[in-house]
Design a protein around this ligand. Structure first.
Ligand SMILES: [Cu+2]
Length: 118
């Protein structure tokens, strides 16, 4: 893998630097199956949850939610940190607030894709 990346970087440094930057910052696990690159990973699941915001990190673009069970993604109630996608979802939210939210999971990663305030 290291050799492959090195060769790729060498070949790309002349004309395709933005592409390399995008790939290096992206999800490497998505590389083996390049089909459907504009879609979430094939194993992605979505669900809706309700919870209380316990932390917000506007630099990391994450929020932590103490949420109830979300059966559609097989989650029990727990407190966990999500990536906000897009980061603008964090605008106007505050710790202690009760929210409804949409979640998308792929593998171990999970992101909140919509927030509804109450
Ligand atoms: Cu959770």
């Amino acid at each position: 893998m290291r050799t492959y990346l090195t060769v790729m970087l060498a070949l790309s440094s002349f004309s395709a630097t933005p592409v390399v930057a995008q790939m290096m910052g992206g999800d490497m696990k998505a590389m083996p199956g390049m089909a459907g690159m504009d879609r979430p990973a094939p194993a992605a699941k979505t669900g809706q949850g309700t919870g209380v915001i316990t932390a917000i990190d506007t630099k990391a673009n994450t929020l932590t939610i103490r949420h109830g069970a979300i059966p559609s993604v097989s989650w029990p109630a727990m407190t966990m940190t999500f990536k906000a996608s897009p980061p603008t979802l964090l605008r106007g939210l505050s710790v202690g607030q009760t929210i409804g939210f949409d979640v998308r999971t792929h593998g171990m990663a999970a992101e909140v894709t919509a927030v509804r305030t109450k």
